[in-house]
Design a binder for this molecule. Structure first.
Ligand SMILES: [Zn+2]
Ligand SMILES: [Zn+2]
Length: 330
């Protein structure tokens, strides 16, 4: 099968002919239709994460595929069914976090496109218990970004609590989906882009943001909560400066540049800084139930599988409005 393989961090992905993976017990084999490109893929590519991935590696953890083979004991999905594979590829179910319903923090978790080969390939295998059926409303390309940008963003939105005035710092793949969910929930969205990115600000406005400006600006009102999607540590401090008493400021990324020191005055009055890590299956089920009701529409820019490197570089430069998606088979 055709696959785009990462041999070493920082080295261009290589078009490779790999043997097709076959499903083990509890797994399904998917013919990959589309695979979303995530900011995390760039962190893996740049070797910025704490652990280390398998190498060589097939990246990609927002996979939409069709079931083409079923492993021993697997019975959730039928042949031909359309299935999504997210970042959380497997959790042990037995560690203290899993037992408390916090499988996103599992000590032995395996992540798709990191510990397990992912979707930058014609075929992949996945543990069926960690896959989701895809709502019929969505095309293969439109469904892909829901699987990480959407549902880890959704987890971040829940962590912000009931905030009415919510700030989104970095208006890319994840924020453009979550903006629609937040507005649907009756929240008021304030969108922050790179300074001077008037196209990005107009895009945020078109999705229901009440105000959009550059990230060095202060919003016209204080924020009751904020999600920092951009991997830029100083934005955590900037979001605190914009925050009302009791606000929660959540980083939605897996990696961020260093957060500079700041005065305690910014944190005082029960403001909170926090992070979101991974997802639980319940997060995925919730978002995929809610998304068609909103209805969330993902803006996608598609690339053929062989152009995965170009998609990564466009994502790095913020050239994409919405989400980059690899189309593997039509
Ligand atoms: Zn566990
Ligand atoms: Zn991701």
């Amino acid at each position: 099968m055709r696959a785009m393989v990462l041999d070493q961090p920082g080295r261009p992905l290589r078009v490779t002919d790999l043997p097709e993976p076959e499903p083990g017990p509890g797994q399904i084999k998917l013919a990959v239709k589309t695979c979303g490109v995530c900011r995390t893929d760039l962190h893996i590519y740049d070797d910025e994460l704490q652990g280390s991935s398998k190498l060589p590696l097939v990246m990609g953890h927002q996979i939409v595929g069709e079931v083409v083979a079923i492993g021993e004991g697997a019975e959730r999905f039928e042949l031909g069914e359309r299935v999504g594979v997210p970042w959380l590829g497997w959790a042990d179910g037995t560690c203290r976090y899993c037992r408390e319903g916090r499988e996103n923090l599992c000590e032995n978790a395996q992540f798709t496109g990191y510990d397990i080969d992912g979707g930058y390939a014609e075929f992949t295998v996945a543990a069926e218990d960690f896959c989701f059926p895809i709502p019929a409303l969505y095309s293969d390309a439109e469904a892909a970004p829901l699987l990480c940008a959407g549902l880890i963003g959704y987890r971040a939105l829940r962590l912000v609590g009931e905030a009415e005035r919510i700030g989104f710092y970095g208006f890319g793949s994840s924020a453009h989906i979550l903006c629609q969910v937040a507005v649907h929930e009756g929240r008021r969205v304030f969108a922050f882009t790179r300074d001077g990115d008037t196209d990005g600000q107009a895009f945020a406005g078109s999705l229901g943001a009440e105000w959009a400006g550059g990230s060095s600006e202060l919003p016209p009102e204080e924020l009751d909560g904020a999600i920092v999607f951009a991997a830029v540590g100083p934005l955590m401090v900037q979001a605190l400066k914009a925050s009302a008493r009791g606000a929660r400021v959540i980083s939605a990324g897996i990696h961020m540049s260093e957060i500079p020191a700041f005065s305690y005055d910014l944190l005082w009055e029960e403001r909170t800084l926090g992070s979101v890590a991974n997802l639980t299956r319940a997060d995925g089920e919730d978002l995929l139930r809610i998304a068609p009701q909103v209805p969330v529409r993902a803006a996608v820019t598609t690339y053929p599988l062989e152009d995965a490197q170009a998609a990564l570089e466009d994502a790095r430069r913020g050239r994409i409005e919405g989400s980059a998606v690899l189309v593997v088979s039509a």
